[in-house]
Design a protein. Structure first.
Length: 270
């Protein structure tokens, strides 16, 4: 017997948990009304997202595009891509801001050789893969930074730059929009000196145990949910303005950027 779970842990700071709960409440009710059994009543916040991605009974979640195309390629099924109404996001694509402290004299990434970088996770597209792709042409096949510290989250990477533990970080533009709204004074203490390339954004996914007919039902119910006036306030809080018409093939550019970095002699952000 399956024990289905749901998670929306990628953009789930305390200030917007109510919004994710609302999205799931409406979506879950639609799934039940369509005849799906064992739909969970609430989102699972007891386990981190990457642990839930490993659960074949994950009914609904959101993942980072890089692990979707690499370590979790056979464990997650692509459902759909939300579109976000923030700077740097267009038609489902997103990018990262390259940020430094507000008083740092650097005006470009090329000026940060030998400085310290912060990344949220080595498996992150926005915090590592896009950052690596931006640094690779500058590195000349050699380490570019004096040190790279792994912080565990984009919020922690911003804080590391503010506190002086790092000099530069690549921050997912949706995460940064949340920081600007929820902590405008903190967000103002860093300055954007550039942008990474764009790739498809963070997809909604389901676990490997989900049947094809259930995936189709998820897609249909999700489209209805994100057009439902009952979720309007929640969507606004999460900066979601609908679903983008993207296929899984669009995520291939994530691997293209990785291959470019490898060919440039820069396989590891360092």
């Amino acid at each position: 017997m399956r024990r289905l779970v749901a998670s929306l842990g990628m953009y789930d700071a305390p200030a917007v948990q109510w919004a994710n709960d609302r999205i799931w409440a409406v979506l879950g009710e639609r799934l039940r009304a369509a005849g799906m059994a064992d739909v969970p009543e609430a989102l699972d916040r007891s386990r981190p997202p990457d642990v839930l991605w490993d659960d074949p009974d994950l009914l609904f979640g959101q993942s980072c595009g890089y692990p979707l195309m690499t370590a979790y390629r056979d464990r997650l099924i692509y459902v759909a891509m939300p579109s976000y109404a923030v700077p740097g996001c267009v038609a489902g694509a997103y990018r990262s801001r390259i940020v430094v402290r507000d008083d740092d004299p650097a005006e470009a990434l090329s000026e940060l050789r030998g400085r310290r970088a912060a990344i949220n996770d080595r498996q992150s597209n926005s915090g590592m893969n896009l950052f690596r792709a931006a640094v690779a042409p500058l590195a000349g096949g050699k380490p570019f930074f004096a040190a790279v510290v792994e912080t565990g989250s984009h919020a922690a990477s911003v804080q590391a730059v503010i506190d002086g533990a790092a000099d530069v970080a690549a921050i997912d533009t949706v995460s940064f929009a949340h920081r600007q709204r929820d902590d405008p004074a903190g967000a103002a203490r860093v300055r954007t000196i550039g942008w990474t390339e764009a790739t498809a954004g963070l997809p909604f996914v389901t676990g490997a145990g989900t049947r094809d007919d259930e995936v189709r039902l998820l897609r249909a119910a999700l489209a209805e949910t994100l057009a439902d006036p009952e979720t309007a306030a929640a969507r606004e809080a999460l900066f979601i303005d609908g679903l983008a018409r993207l296929s899984l093939r669009r995520y291939g550019h994530i691997l293209t950027l990785e291959r470019r970095a490898v060919r440039a002699g820069y396989p590891v952000l360092a």
